[in-house]
Design a protein around this ligand. Structure first.
Ligand code: NAD
Ligand code: ISE
Length: 335
């Protein structure tokens, strides 16, 4: 059976995911699109044989022609569309963040539990990255013993002028928040944010770089650098220090060059290319799971946990204090 997917939001990542669903992946077809930018939606639909444009995301979700929904509209719109999909009993893949506040994520969690069905997956694609999976297996197999510390970095060459300080947490570090918790299977209890001297390449509304310090329930300490004007490339680093050894996230594949008296490898510039395979694996997995009414990837509870953590990081960043991370107790539904 082909999963008939409707996509809400045909911006940058919406177009990327549509291309994946329509051309690269198996088992799904894009039958519907919606966007507040109706012209763009028409343009995208014109390239998809048989796809319909819906005037609103709600109308798309309600259509009997749509089996499952992908939400790739801007963050503040996610809650409405995810709740509509749950109400309609349709599987929904929602790009990160699940919603922009912890309260909104909790409403989604409660609605999903009330529906009695596992319907929501969040777009934390790093859980599908080959390197992260290999790192997790090394940890899970006990190769480095119990994790004690994690040092990591999320560096972008540049960001647009509209990118401001809070986005370093809610748009960027949110990926580390989810990936590290999954990597070591441990929840966070507190957050602190340090602000080194700003780079000359930033602007008045963006503190760059920052260092986020997280502590977990079992006592693991994490330091995460977010540096979004690092200039030299898109660089995701992660080193887990354990009792018996140290495990490091593999570098993306790159030809090793000996030339002009130098030994070098390329550093990627574009995050879309760094995680291109993970997005493919993530959506292929979502298609298969949606067909059997399951969610294998990051779920609504993970989206909620990430939002509570991001809120604490923001509080810590604004006050300079250590912010506790306090969540509801995980419902048995997400065990
Ligand atoms: P974008 O601005 O390029 O696209 C957003 C689209 O949503 C636009 O076409 C806009 O017109 C549309 N839109 C806005 N409000 C709408 C509404 N109410 N109903 C329907 N459509 C609406 O943004 P983007 O970069 O594509 O990001 C979209 C989402 O994907 C964000 O939540 C972002 O954080 C996430 N994202 C995730 C990753 C990742 O690595 N997982 C990467 C980039 C973006
Ligand atoms: C962007 O919003 C993303 O989600 C990318 O995955 C991330 O790595 C990039 O740094 C963010 O700005």
């Amino acid at each position: 059976m082909t999963l008939k997917v409707g996509v809400i939001g045909v911006g940058m990542i919406g177009k990327e995911h549509i291309a994946r669903l329509a051309v690269k992946l198996v088992g799904a077809s894009v039958v519907a699109v919606a966007d507040v930018n109706a012209k763009e939606a028409e343009k995208v639909a014109a390239a998809l044989p048989g796809a319909k444009v819906f005037p609103t995301g709600e109308a798309l979700v309600a259509s009997p022609d749509v089996d499952a929904v992908v939400v790739t509209s801007s963050g503040p719109t996610h809650e409405t569309y995810v709740l509509a999909a749950i109400k309609a009993g349709k599987p929904v893949f929602c790009e990160k963040p699940l919603a922009t506040t912890a309260e909104a994520c909790l409403r989604i969690v409660e609605a999903e539990i009330a529906s009695g069905r596992h319907l929501v997956q969040v777009g934390f694609q790093r859980r599908y990255d080959r390197g992260y999976r290999a790192l997790k297996k090394t940890i899970d197999d006990g190769v480095i013993g119990a994790p004690l510390m994690i040092h990591c970095a999320h560096r972008n060459p540049t960001v647009p002028e509209a990118y401001v300080s809070d986005m370093a947490i809610v748009d960027t570090f949110i990926h580390e928040i989810d990936a590290l918790r999954w990597l070591i299977g441990d929840d966070y209890v507190s957050a602190q944010v340090l602000k080194p001297r700003n780079t000359k390449h930033t602007h008045s509304k963006l503190d760059d770089p920052i260092i986020v310090l997280l502590a977990t329930k079992s006592g693991v300490r994490i330091d995460g650098e977010v540096f979004v004007n690092c200039r030299y490339g898109y660089d995701i680093r992660c080193e887990v220090v354990g009792e018996e050894g140290v495990a490091t996230l593999p570098e993306p594949e790159s030809v090793v060059l000996r030339k002009g008296a130098k030994l070098s490898t390329e550093i990627m510039q574009d995050w879309k290319l760094r995680f291109i395979d993970s997005y493919d694996v993530e959506l292929q997995d979502w298609i298969a799971a949606a067909k059997v009414g399951a969610v294998n990837g990051p779920n609504a509870w993970d989206g909620y946990f990430a939002a509570v953590t991001a809120d604490a990081c923001l509080r810590a960043m604004h006050t300079g204090e250590i912010a506790p991370i306090v969540t509801q107790t995980r419902p048995a539904f997400y065990a």
